[in-house]
Write a protein that binds this ligand. Sequence first.
Ligand code: ADP
Ligand code: MG
Length: 705
Amino acid sequence: MNLAQTADILSSPVEYLKGVGPQRADLLKKELNVFTFNDLLNHFPYRHVDKTRVSLIGEITPDTDYIQVSGVLVSFEVVGMKAGRRAVGQLKDQSGFLELAWFQGLNWVQKTLTIGASYLVYGKVSFFQGKPQIIHPEMELMTGEKQDGKNYLEPIYPATEKLKARGLGGRQIGKLTFALLHLLREKDIPENLPEKILSALNLIGRYQAYRNIHFPPDVNLYDQAVKRLKFEELFIAQLRMGLLKSKRHRFSKGVLFDKVGELFNTFYSHYLPFELTGAQKRVIKEIRADTAKGLQMNRLLQGDVGSGKTIVAVMIMLLAIDNGFQCCLMAPTEILAQQHFNTISKLLGRMDVTVQLLTGSTKTTLRKKILDDLAEGKLNILIGTHAVIEKAVQFKDLGLVIIDEQHRFGVEQRAKLWEKAEPYPHILVMTATPIPRTLAMTAYGDLDYSVIDELPPGRKPVITVHRYENHRSSVMNFLRTEIDKGRQAYIIFPLIEESEKLDYENLMKGYENVKAYFPEPKYWISMVHGRQPAQQKEINMQRFVNGDTQIMVSTTVVEVGVDVPNATVMIIESSEKFGLSQLHQLRGRVGRGSEKSYCILLSSVKLGNDARERIKTMVSTSNGFEIAEKDLELRGPGDIEGTRQSGILNFKLASIVNDRPLLEVARQMSEDLLENDPDLNSAENLQLKNFLKSQKGNRIWSIIS
Ligand code: ADP
Ligand code: MG
């Protein structure tokens, strides 16, 4: 126990805890990631059982759940044969009899229980032939001191099958935690939050909170402990991100875009194809201000499908070029990169700017020329896919990187891009995945954040309807009238990993079915799905983009970004199987031109509540942020696209969905605190600073302190 007695008792290896030892320690490490006292302290119970009270058998009603009673074991026997073998017993107290039953571990039960002895019995009540019973009760032989049960709610901990098999189930872990808390004094779990915050929010102290989350005397104290620790979790996370952000703002060197030059102005006054929306103007202003400070910009630009992010990207690129830098625009798929290349080449066609496209399929000679031009600084804008992050791609003066639809890019891939220049280029990440603002602030709190919250004028909302599958033929008839007017349409089939084989069969069946309605040579159909070779996919997609085919039958590969303004119908098969934000992204593929557009959600007649709710939401609104809110409510944050990898949202106790108000408070308070004391130098923030410093993997302090 030597280690455990040192100042930092919490960092002691868990094997030093009484009752653990090397073998159990090994299990705890492997199964629960519990290495130290501190890890065990932070392994929280998922529920508590009330053993504060001993009830009378006569009090049991059909509503009784878990109960603790005490009495004499008046009978006990093992009955039945083979699979039917079981043990039954009778417990008697002053008010009546309770039946006890065991189906497993009969030998052990037989050995340990004694007829005529008094027991404290705990378990879940069920009724068998009208009589109450407890199956596999916990039995404790009564000694004088145990008569009254325990004076706290008993914690039950998450445990794995393996742990249970080795005698470390959810209840036994509690015994270890109990031993641990017995060792810990207030100084071992020092307060980390400033007094001001504690009193403003009426939070209990840290030491008390840890005691009471494990062994609460009553429900109210448990709730207070949870609130305190949830707040701490949210607040510390917000604070860390705030510190990272301010570190970047104060210390990172960035390239300077300090002049608005010739190209930007010329484009603005002569070639801008439309009046910018207020939101677009505001965002451009925000970015201009940010890049003129000499610090590196790292900004998330959020804007719903069709809100016009591309033109913003173009204008910022012109700003970079005006200041003597090269730009790189990265898209997640070849089709999207190609589309960006076409759009941007057209927009800048009459200006003195060079633009090239680099993808996996760029021919060797062209590729070589692009790389040479890039290295010599002759090329201003490089648009591409992952191909642009390869080592061979070297810029002369990379000043700006724009990443479109970022959730398709991993963090590491992004990091490779920054490393292409020193100082780091400015980064603008554009995403159409609507994320509720609080969530964005939490997940991307270390980034600066801009949002285009306005659609270009004159956009007609996509008419969205829900139809059951048995009305498919009328939907097809409607589709024919649209196609005969010269429009194009998407028909999307779900593709879910678990039922991949079946989904592909449905896709093929669906394709045959559509073909029967729309026979060649009058109609042509593209089909795109993930099992095709990339090239075939590309060709089919391109034929649809070019208007050579009228119908695109596909899985969700078209989800992101494709722009075919002539497509006016989006039919989604088995729409009940799609998530809300996915449905929204899909719908965003239509309504891009001047014609009236339609989104038809087909579903089976049987619908679950959530699916019904999703479809209802889609029919009633086209606002991406409203949809994101609903999505969050229905699914929880784990599934919101783009946040999954961030890891930031994996709180132990807090839930982004259920604890939104607390999250807001935590964010506000961390902002206020950093504004007043950016380096946490004041006396009242000292314990906070010490706590942050003591946390593992914390790089913040290498710069700040
Ligand atoms: P997204 O944000 O989804 O990338 P895009 O940049 O592709 O959106 O823009 C969608 C469509 O809206 C494009 O056809 C684009 O030319 C058009 N657009 C963008 N901004 C405006 C605007 N201010 N006024 C009119 N049309 C606009
Ligand atoms: Mg786009």
